[in-house]
Write a protein that binds this ligand. Structure first.
Ligand SMILES: [Fe+2]
Length: 488
């Protein structure tokens, strides 16, 4: 492997750090690399072309009081494939907050598990004050640019998906919303549009918008909600966008006192708002369903008069801490998909009658579903889910779901090896939906090593076709994206 260090950053974290999300599979990196002529076990398919992008959290400084993994500075990893060869790079995302804290040499902003009053510097994110926009949650590629985003609504930081060369903040042709943009912007690979939303604590509490294929703002509209809400994801079909109002949101009384504590309201329904993709608040139709909280959708599509939505229903959105739980177990119980009882679920919204039908599709705990991106908004047969570890936020394998057969196949990683969010990369010239590859980064804690694994998307249980060594073990992180294409 040929490796060049691009930049090395000083870390002020303790060397013997025991924080559960700054050690093990979550140990942060502090070095940026370019690597090529990578060691490969097996063979990189020659018909795999494009890049796998992975966003991860990598803190360099101790928090003001309590670290939460979503506070860590965003670091983007890119591995690009062409003609059976691969090139890897990783870079910190040069957000305003990252640069300001490096300059100061200390944490300036309050974290997800801290009071906003602790912040040493004021700032405003769309959904919560005084937190750093770490741009560490999600990544997509639109109009040739990688866009990283943060779940509490901030800027979209741009970079080249192959070189990771920074490209400043997206400005939507001078119309970037003052409310910011949430993670989980959605790219429609057929129309080349990008759909987005934001949410906050001021009326109308949500907005929805569309970018044209060139990245200019084509549509932006209010989505009035009954109060501040915490939607995390957006879904779309060929004709509609689907927003959500789940009954887990900031406790109103605490919020009035400047405290950000979530509260589940099982007496309220989950509400789904369906509107034409260029529609306004007047076009919104609300559908009610059983109370839950949903982090992520798999996909949505139209079926006659119905809109079908697949996602992950939480049976226990607000798990109670065990009586002997440590402070860390209490703080991080919302990161354990087992305790939240996250399961694959299908909702059907009848546009004629206004009725909702819903069903649980699998008993298995799962989340982070990915499909072949060409089927986004259209009927899909397959999806690839993460198999969550129990008790903490990590993935022990990949589940392939066949919706037509109602079957699941599970590929488990070896003990102490964890996967990233795994993407589906269609093979060059493919026509079948599952004709392609699954791509993921592994965190092998026992051997202190990370690799990129390529699996056959039709038969992931057969194990990796290629294992490609990375220069250093990466930190676990949250979301990833597959971008087909070549450097422009
Ligand atoms: Fe997410």
């Amino acid at each position: 492997m040929k490796v060049q260090v691009h930049q090395r950053f000083e870390s002020r974290l303790p060397e013997d750090d025991t924080h559960p999300y700054r050690s093990g599979a979550w140990r942060p990196q502090q070095t940026e690399y370019d690597a090529w002529e990578l060691e490969v076990e097996g063979e990189i398919p020659r018909d795999l072309a494009g890049c796998y992008l992975r966003n991860t959290e990598n803190p360099l400084l101790p928090p003001i009081q309590r670290y939460h993994p979503f506070d860590g500075d965003g670091m983007l990893h890119s591995i690009s494939f062409q003609d059976g060869d691969a090139v890897y790079r990783n870079r910190f995302i040069p957000t305003d907050g990252f640069l300001a804290e490096r300059e100061a040499g200390e944490a300036l902003f309050s974290g997800a598990a801290e009071s906003p009053k602790l912040a040493r510097q004021q700032c405003s994110l769309g959904a919560r004050p005084n937190m750093k926009d770490a741009s560490s949650t999600d990544v997509v590629v639109h109009a040739g640019k990688a866009l990283t985003s943060y779940y509490l609504c901030g800027d979209l930081y741009q970079c080249d998906p192959f070189t990771l060369e920074p490209g400043g903040k997206a400005d939507f042709g001078g119309h970037f919303p003052r409310e910011g943009v949430s993670a989980h912007t959605k790219v429609d690979e057929v129309s080349d549009e990008l759909l987005f939303f934001n949410y906050g604590t001021e009326a109308p509490y949500m907005h929805y918008g569309v970018l044209d294929p060139n990245g200019a703002l084509a549509h932006y509209t209010d989505i009035p909600l009954p109060g501040p809400r915490l939607p995390h994801d957006l879904a779309f079909t060929e004709s509609y966008a689907i927003v959500n109002d789940c009954p887990l949101f900031w406790d109103a009384e605490a919020l009035a006192g400047g405290k950000y504590a979530t509260r589940y309201h099982p007496e309220l329904p989950t509400r789904f708002g369906i509107l034409p993709r260029r529609g306004t608040a007047e076009d919104l139709r609300w559908f009610e369903a059983a109370p839950t909280y949903v982090l992520h959708w798999v996909n949505a599509f139209e079926d006659g008069d119905e809109v079908v939505l697949d996602g992950f229903f939480q049976g226990n959105p607000s798990p109670k801490p065990l009586p002997d739980a440590t402070l860390e177990q209490v703080m991080f119980r919302f990161l354990d998909l087992h305790s939240m009882e996250s399961r694959l679920h299908r909702w059907r919204f009848d546009l004629r009658t206004g009725e909702t039908r819903e069903e649980c599709l699998s008993d298995r705990i799962q989340e982070f579903g990915m499909i072949n991106g060409r089927y986004g908004g259209r009927p899909h047969r397959y999806a690839y889910m993460a198999l969550p570890a129990e008790g903490w936020f990590g993935f022990e394998g990949v589940i392939k779901r066949d919706f037509a057969r109602g079957s699941e196949e599970v590929f488990r990683l070896p003990e102490n090896v964890f996967a990233s969010e795994t993407v589906m990369a269609p093979r060059l010239g493919s026509t079948a939906e599952d004709d392609g590859y699954l791509v993921t980064f592994t965190m092998d804690v026992g051997n202190d090593r990370s690799e990129c694994w390529i699996l056959d998307a039709a038969n992931p249980v057969d194990g990796p076709l290629a294992r490609i060594a990375l220069p250093e073990r990466i930190s676990s992180g949250v979301h990833a994206f597959w971008h087909a294409g070549q450097p422009g």
